[in-house]
Design a protein around this ligand. Structure first.
Ligand code: HEC
Ligand code: HEC
Length: 380
């Protein structure tokens, strides 16, 4: 008898807990309704403007998180160039993300600091399921929740011609919205056709960026701003931030020890607004970033050869080279030997460092902060 009561009690508790869980997932926050323009804004890269408009609402809707407290825009805020100026971001129940939130761009190729997803379409649903970020693991339940929210059926209907909601449609809409995050109308691009637009400091910075400071070797900015867009590339590098990394980055995804401490090359577009910098937000200012490359590179065994004092190697005869290092068939020094080459010292003067920072600020498109097509439709 006693055990029966205990079992019954246990079952009731389980049922209550299950209800509670269900309740959280299904409860909806109606406190605010999006206000949208009568004629949709124009999104040049979207399949239709209606699809991108739906994406905009989803991006800003806190109902997309398990407890209605977080939206994509909590960490990717327009007023902060679609990041949040925090070292680490705050997700559900005050949990912190493990990396710095990057500004979002319409880029292709490997996404996230460790390159774990390819393309925006494979990246947009991950934050929804992520335990720290939005914690909505079951996307079918999310679709069911959205279909009960007054404004969604009509929005899905104008985007897809049907009232049905599913995770694929949510993904397509978010993708369609984010694909329009281009924000590249900047002074640097204008300088390609009109050099006089740059002042003397910015101009010197440009010469340094593409020359002595070697920045453009990894940050491929050009007329098209890099093959996969917007100053980031599909490559990852170890830039010697630490002798021993707390976060192995790309190496933790590829399980290749030679890539421990490698991180994907971030875009430099609008970098003026996206502090703090690096995957862990360790640098508060661009001056600190430039000082890192100038004098602070650490001799990590995976450090990219470009950030070593290769002029030492360049000045050696082939015989001296072979005597000192193991060189493979392509003439590249193999990893173990390479760590005996000291790290680069750019020996930039105070004004050269300022020139580089001034040049980085020519990559700013101020419209990122205010373009109404990307603004919060719930704020009115
Ligand atoms: C709690 C904060 C938080 C929320 C909420 C959040 N993100 Fe992020 N986002 C991050 C962080 C941190 C990273 C970097 C993670 C990493 O690289 O490991 C990131 C990375 C990204 C990237 C990759 C950018 C790149 O250049 O590689 C995309 C795209 C992205 N988020 C889109 C979204 C979308 C869409 C949503 C909403 C569905 C969202 N995020 C919600 C914090 C957040
Ligand atoms: C060997 C390749 C390489 C070179 C050379 C290089 N960078 Fe980087 N840069 C990277 C990588 C990779 C990261 C991300 C590293 C991380 O977070 O661990 C990065 C990060 C940055 C960031 C931070 C961006 C953000 O959103 O957090 C800035 C700014 C930057 N680099 C500017 C420069 C400048 C200026 C130069 C030249 C002085 C330069 N880089 C040279 C590869 C390089």
């Amino acid at each position: 008898m006693k055990t029966k009561i205990v079992i019954l009690f246990f079952l009731i508790i389980c049922a209550l807990l299950a209800c509670k869980k269900q309740g959280i997932e299904e409860s909806v926050n109606y406190s605010s309704i999006p206000v949208l323009p009568e004629i949709p804004y124009v999104y040049p890269k979207a399949v239709t403007n209606e699809l991108a408009t739906l994406g905009r609402v989803l991006f800003y809707d806190k109902n997309m998180s398990l407890n209605n407290s977080i939206s994509c825009s909590s960490c990717h805020q327009q007023a902060k160039a679609f990041c949040d100026n925090q070292k680490f971001s705050t997700g559900l129940e005050d949990a912190k993300t493990q990396r710095n939130a990057p500004s979002i761009f319409a880029k292709s190729g490997r996404m996230f600091w460790d390159g774990r997803a390819v393309g925006i379409s494979n990246a947009v649903l991950r934050p929804i399921k992520n335990h720290v970020e939005m914690k909505f693991e079951d996307l079918d339940k999310l679709a069911a929740k959205l279909s009960k929210i007054v404004y969604y059926p009509a929005l899905f209907n104008s985007a897809f011609g049907s009232l049905d909601i599913d995770s694929l449609k949510i993904q397509q809409a978010l993708l369609s919205f984010i694909e329009n995050f281009t924000f590249s109308n900047n002074k640097f691009l204008q300088s390609l056709t009109n050099e006089h637009i740059l002042n003397a400091s910015e101009f010197n910075g440009k010469i340094l960026f593409f020359g002595k400071a070697k920045c453009s070797n990894c940050h491929h900015i050009s007329g098209t701003l890099g093959s996969n867009g917007y100053g980031s590339t599909n490559e990852s590098f170890n830039i010697g931030l630490d002798l021993a990394y707390a976060d192995n980055g790309v190496g933790s995804i590829t399980n290749n020890a030679n890539e421990n401490g490698n991180f994907m090359v971030p875009t430099l577009l609008n970098v003026e607004y996206t502090a703090p910098f690096m995957h862990d937000g360790r640098f508060k200012t661009l001056d600190e970033v430039v000082e890192h490359y100038n004098s602070g590179v650490k001799n990590n065994s995976n450090l990219d050869p470009l950030l070593r004092n290769t002029t030492l190697v360049g000045n050696m005869t082939e015989a001296q080279l072979l005597q000192q290092f193991d060189v493979n068939h392509d003439g590249i020094i193999t990893n173990n030997e390479i760590s005996s080459i000291p790290t680069q010292q750019l020996n930039l003067t105070v004004s050269e460092k300022k020139n580089l920072v001034d040049f980085l600020k020519t990559l700013t498109d101020p419209s990122i902060l205010s373009d109404k097509r990307f603004s919060d439709p719930f704020k009115h």
